[in-house]
Ligand binder design. Sequence first.
Ligand SMILES: NC(=O)c1ccc[n+]([C@@H]2O[C@H](COP(=O)([O-])OP(=O)(O)OC[C@H]3O[C@@H](n4cnc5c(N)ncnc54)[C@H](OP(=O)(O)O)[C@@H]3O)[C@@H](O)[C@H]2O)c1
Length: 339
Amino acid sequence: MSSSDLQLKVAVLGATGLVGRTMIQVLEERNFPVGELVPIASARSAGLVVPFRGKDFIVREPSAEAFRGVDIALFSAGATASRQWASVAAAEGAIVVDNSSAFRMEPDIPLVVPEVNPEKIFTQDGTPEKIIANPNCSTIQMVVVLKPLHDRYGVKRVVVSTYQSVTGKGKAGRDALESELAGEPQAEFTHFHQIAFNAVPQIDAFTDNGYTKEEMKMVNETKKIMDDDSISVSPTTVRIPVYGGHGESLNIELEQEFDIDEVQSLLAGSPGIVMQDDPSARMYPMPLTSHERDEVFVGRVRRDYWHPQTLNMWIVADNLRKGAATNAVQIAEVIAAKR
Ligand SMILES: NC(=O)c1ccc[n+]([C@@H]2O[C@H](COP(=O)([O-])OP(=O)(O)OC[C@H]3O[C@@H](n4cnc5c(N)ncnc54)[C@H](OP(=O)(O)O)[C@@H]3O)[C@@H](O)[C@H]2O)c1
């Protein structure tokens, strides 16, 4: 890295997007050692001002020159921009943490959730990988919960249904809901159908096997992050008209019998998890209360009485935070700590 002290030059590609803006906010909140911020977005946004720690930074277009001298580049501008600029930024010496789907399933590129597999951030000689992929938002919050269960009991199969925020589709996804709620005519629906007052059981395109791309990300990314091809994930992903985060109903079949109190304590003591599980007080995770929070919230933990060795639970996380920006900044923190 080029910085002579602990201050790092940090670029954010996609700095004007929902995730990019959240990355900048999270860098500031977590007091990440940013010596210089380089906000980058499309030509549409070049010249705009991004505030960070009381100073204004001018948004630039991507170029090799923009990445020159950058220590860590956080990418959140979509897969096309990542494919175009990740190797350029890496050639300029930056370590790229990429939020898009571009590299997640590349065998040589690690897919990292710091609570699960932080060791993958580094090569065998202890230097950071040049490009590190951030998983899909719905996968991240699920594996944070699966990891301690897998280590203790072995996870055999997960049936998951998601209830995903419109912000998962970026500015366009959020604006579509607001426009529909305002009664404006829609030339075409951003979420395939009207999303206001609705639930749409399609996120991204369908693949040949009848599952959507979003669902197949949960299947494949989970195996890669948990480093276990035997875990079977059966997902249905659904878009709903909320802002604060994604909800997931999980039905988890374990290899071993469990004690439900032990499961509760195991989850409560695991990194990145906050239990909100008191049905008598009507306490359980919700998008409204998970908004702007970095943890994965877990509740409704209960035995599946009709299937052996199986648990049910309901989890929620802010998709722009733990599902994207916070996870990327946590990876950057692990890299910065090793310097
Ligand atoms: N939203 C989520 O919950 C979530 C979760 C996990 C991962 N992700 C991933 O994060 C990425 C960004 O998502 P988002 O929700 O922040 O989307 P968004 O709100 O639509 O923002 C997209 C950002 O990318 C910039 N951009 C687009 N094309 C570009 C190009 N060719 N060159 C440079 N910059 C370009 C945009 O700049 P302009 O403003 O100038 O157009 C904007 O800053 C996507 O890959 C997405 O899959 C999103």
